[in-house]
Write a protein that binds this ligand. Structure first.
Ligand code: ZN
Length: 317
């Protein structure tokens, strides 16, 4: 299936394929424009751009096996490095947003031009939340094995889902901004034998730097070709990927209500009102003092009356 609106040479898009008679599941994505958009929107240093860009690219790859457009996957790192918290949320329709708590984290280098992201992220945990529209989301948690993100996501698949996974992620910058970004994921499906796994591992060893390939103009389709060679590749579908934040005033108001009456009471004391800024897109939302007071009253009543579970704070206007 092809999408004629996508320019394979330069647009951000994701392609899905199978190989080896359906025993390998392959995905590749180019995210150059959307990672640069995140860099600009959040005013990110090189280290934070690369760390967040890798996490967002990984989230898009992982979101590709969700079932419905309402489902979403959230990746969160908590660690002891300069960048101690990163999050990325992606959906099946190719939308992603991300946030790093240290936009201007200093950059360390393995060698000139090669950022040491493991040092910036440090040691800690990766949490994967799959919201599949069920009552409770699926939550998996693994230790960060490297802090370079790709290995950490692969380790999540191996330990939490028992799926052998090869994962590459890359973001490359110059003085102006992001010149290339993307990712590739190959999974060995049930039914594949040891031989296919070994074959894949051998193909992956020594595979060139992904961001360098993308900078050279190699498309996501070609990345899969390059990694798998003559492996009976069948392309399934492709779609554009973009940075998108679905925030709006109603959602912000719900978030405010979740703070609870005690905190709202303090906020309501400010005659200037308050301004909230969305973590993911930097949109600002103003609330006047009277609006905060009304919300406080609504929440206070709801808290007193917690026997009524169907009170819906979303209805507050
Ligand atoms: Zn937003």
């Amino acid at each position: 299936m092809t999408n004629n609106n996508i320019d394979h040479r330069k647009d951000d898009y994701l392609v899905q394929a199978t190989a080896k008679q359906g025993l390998l599941r392959c995905l590749a994505v180019r995210t150059t424009k959307l990672v640069d958009y995140a860099r600009e929107t959040h005013d990110l240093s090189p280290a934070t751009t690369v760390a967040l860009g890798r996490l967002m690219s990984g989230a898009l790859l992982m979101a590709a096996d969700l079932k419905s457009d309402q489902d979403q996957i959230t990746l969160i790192t908590k660690s002891d490095g300069d960048i101690s918290n990163l999050s990325a949320i992606a959906t099946l329709d190719g939308k992603v947003r991300g946030y790093g708590n240290q936009p201007q984290a200093p950059s360390y280098y393995h060698e000139p031009g090669k950022l040491d992201i493991a040092k910036s992220v440090g040691k800690g945990n990766l949490t994967v939340i799959k919201d599949l529209g069920l009552k409770d989301p699926y939550i998996g948690n693994v230790e960060l094995v490297s802090g370079e993100i790709a290995e950490d996501l692969a380790s999540y698949y191996f330990y939490s889902e028992q799926i052998p996974t090869v994962l590459f992620l890359g973001v490359r910058l110059d003085q102006e901004g992001v010149v290339s970004a993307g990712g590739m994921l190959v999974q060995v499906l049930p039914g594949a034998d040891e031989e296919i796994l070994t074959w894949l591992e051998n193909r992956a060893v020594g595979f060139p730097d992904l961001s360098e390939l993308i900078e050279q103009g190699i498309s996501p389709h070609q990345l899969i070709d390059l990694l798998l060679g003559e492996a009976d590749i069948e392309y399934l579908k492709e779609y554009p990927v973009t940075y998108y934040c679905p925030c709006n005033r109603d959602r912000m108001t719900s978030n405010l209500a979740l703070l609870g009456a005690a905190e709202l009471k303090e906020m309501a004391a400010d005659p200037e009102g308050i301004e909230l800024q969305c973590h993911y897109c930097s949109n600002k939302y103003q609330y006047q003092q009277s609006e905060i007071q009304d919300l406080y009253n609504a929440v206070k009543t709801a808290e007193k009356d917690f026997n009524k579970p169907d009170i819906n704070l979303m209805d507050f206007d």
